[in-house]
Structure formats: structure tokens, C-alpha cells
Design a protein around this ligand. Structure first.
Ligand code: FEC
Length: 293
């Protein structure tokens, strides 16, 4: 059997001119207020993203490192930008693959997240080859230990964070929040952390309630409780996305400063070797014929 990997990511605009089309893709055709587009453009600009985007370079570095670790072809497919998931599938098929392993660079399952990647992948494969899909990996011991090492020994209050989603997912029985809390508990346990809490971040202004507490409100609560130092540990993101570099490094950092709180965050796994080994192990466990290594 010839296996190829389709490594899926949310996607990030390549250049600043791409932002309106990228945002339109995220909204799936639903209207966007012009001021929201302007605000998004301004956030990317303030991070220095104009002609190229470092996040896409991280994704490419992750792809290349995973390919060399596995000795199998790995194709990047973005949910909201190029190269699309469908392009990745065509690349895999053109290379002669008769099995595709789909892996998303987001650890926790939600019908509003992982399921959407899967739908694009299934559509693109269209039954032409065997498809294996890694549905969730937030409790993978390698991933948990990687994060635990980054929080172990801190004397700060650890706040685990992840992207929020509309609160209605709870009524729909979606496991997303439970899976996030499980990762937080496992990382705290493995890192010997007793003083911790969980907070959502990066909610979108869609006009409906989102899961909370939001990180900015949570910082207010922690300051009111007398906490002095905080270490942020994102568990739902694996790379330096806008959500990390803007929502945490700029917005949360500003709020912490106003409140007189010390605020630090762990380094995200990005394309680090230890993280590539976690991804490789996930692929090996899901492929029909395990690869060497
Ligand atoms: O360029 C970058 O670095 C940002 C990439 C990016 C990642 C990401 C991750 C997640 N999102 C999730 C859910 C939603 C829902 C909406 C939504 C909106 C946005 C917007 C941008 C954006 N998201 Fe995202 N998300 C990223 C980027 N996200 C930009 C639009 C502007 C804004 O709200 O700031 C609301 C959609 C709607 O309006 O209908 C829902 C989830 C994740 C984590 C899982 C994953 O990575 O797939 C869940 C990275």
C-alpha cells in the first residue's frame, strides 16, 4: 500500500491583499460588516504581515519535517486558504497514493472544527482511495508531555486556553469543551500544577453567545482574586497563529498590564522536533501499513 498524508490547517492569508477573500471564505458567503474586515486587516498589518506570512512558513516547515520523519509524502491542505485540502488530495493521488491519512493541526474534536476539515477531505477523495482520519488527539501522551514540560516548575497560576465556539454546541452534545478540559487536566497532572484554570479566547462577533469565560474577563477575575503572576498555556492551538500573536501577546498582555498582573506564555510547538514526532506517531498509528521510524 502506498500511503500519503494530508496535513490540514485552518489556513492564513498569504499576503495582506488576501485578507478580505480569506475572511469571506471563513464566513462561507454570509455577509461581513466592512469595519470587521478593516479591523482584521489592521491586526495582520500590526503583526507586520504584508507580503508574506510567517504562519504559513511554520506550516510548511511542519509539513517538510513530518515528511522527512515519516519517509512518506506529506501534502498541506488549508481549510480556508491555499493550498486547499482538495489540492493536497490531488497531489497525493498524482504521486500514486492508494491510502491517505488525514491529520488536522488542531487537537480537539468539534462538529464546527474537525468535522468541517473531514467533510472537505471526504469530498475531495470521493472514494477514490482508502481514507484514514485522525479525529482527535488532545489526550495523546506525547502531546500532553510536550505541554507539561513547558508549565512544570512554574510558580505562576497557569491558564490553559483554547479558541471559543458558539455556546449552542453544548446543547448539541458537542464534545469540544470536555476534550479541552481533559487536556488541561492531563497537562496539569503531568506537569505537577495544582494552581490552574481554563479560559476561552478569540471569540468572533457573530451576534450569538460564545463559550466563556473569555480570557480578558478571566484576567479581571484572577486579578480580583489576588493572583499576581500568570502563565498562559494554549492547548487548542499548536502554532503562532493570529490568535496567539494578537489575542494573547497583544490584547491579553495589555489587559494584564492594566491590571498589574505578570503575564507570560509558553512557546507553541510550531515545527519543533518533539512535536513532529508526536504528529508522526499519530500518522503511524492510523495508517494501515505502519511506516518505518
Ligand atoms: O491567520 C491566522 O493566524 C489565523 C488563523 C486562524 C485559526 C483559527 C482557529 C480556529 N477558529 C475556530 C473557529 C472560528 C469560528 C469563527 C472564526 C472566525 C475567524 C476569523 C479569523 C480566524 N477565525 Fe477561526 N481561526 C483563525 C482565523 N473562527 C481571521 C474571522 C475574524 C475574527 O473573528 O477575528 C466565526 C466564523 C463566522 O463568523 O461564521 C466559529 C476554531 C479554531 C481552532 C481549531 C482550528 O484551528 O481549526 C474552533 C488557526
Amino acid at each position: 500500500m502506498t500511503t500519503a498524508v494530508v496535513l490540514m490547517a485552518y489556513g492564513s492569508p498569504g499576503r495582506i491583499e488576501d485578507v478580505p477573500a480569506y475572511y469571506a471564505d471563513i464566513r462561507g458567503g454570509r455577509p461581513i460588516k466592512p469595519e470587521l474586515v478593516e479591523d482584521l486587516v489592521a491586526r495582520y498589518k500590526r503583526l507586520g504581515i504584508e507580503e508574506s506570512n510567517p504562519l504559513n512558513e511554520i506550516t510548511e516547515a511542519t509539513r517538510a519535517a513530518l515528511e522527512s520523519e515519516l519517509g512518506l509524502p506529506v501534502f498541506t491542505g488549508m481549510r480556508h486558504w491555499t493550498p486547499r485540502i482538495a489540492e493536497a488530495v490531488e497531489g497525493a493521488l498524482a504521486g500514486g497514493a492508494d491510502e491517505i491519512v488525514g491529520l488536522v493541526l488542531a487537537p480537539h474534536y468539534s462538529g464546527m472544527s474537525i468535522e468541517k476539515y473531514r467533510a472537505q477531505l471526504v469530498d475531495a477523495v470521493d472514494g477514490r482511495v482508502e481514507l484514514r482520519f485522525v479525529e482527535r488527539w488532545g489526550d495523546d501522551p506525547g502531546f500532553v508531555n510536550l505541554l507539561a514540560e513547558r508549565v512544570a516548575g512554574t510558580s505562576a497560576h497557569v491558564v490553559f486556553t483554547a479558541h471559543s465556539l458558539p455556546a449552542r454546541i453544548l446543547d448539541e452534545g458537542d464534545p469540544y469543551r470536555d476534550e479541552l478540559l481533559k487536556t488541561a487536566r492531563l497537562v496539569a497532572g503531568a506537569g505537577g500544577i495544582e494552581d490552574w484554570s481554563f479560559s476561552f479566547q478569540s471569540e468572533s462577533p457573530t451576534g450569538e453567545p460564545w463559550l466563556g469565560p473569555d480570557i480578558l474577563d478571566h484576567l479581571d477575575e484572577l486579578a480580583a482574586r489576588g493572583v499576581e503572576d500568570i502563565l498562559l498555556c494554549p492547548v487548542g492551538f499548536v502554532a503562532d497563529h493570529l490568535e496567539i500573536r494578537w489575542d494573547l501577546d497583544v490584547e491579553a498582555a495589555e489587559r494584564a498590564q492594566e491590571l498589574g498582573l505578570g503575564l507570560d506564555r509558553i512557546e507553541l510547538p510550531n515545527a519543533e522536533t518533539a512535536f513532529i514526532q508526536v504528529l508522526a506517531s499519530l500518522v503511524r498509528r492510523h495508517a494501515a501499513v505502519p511506516s518505518a521510524g
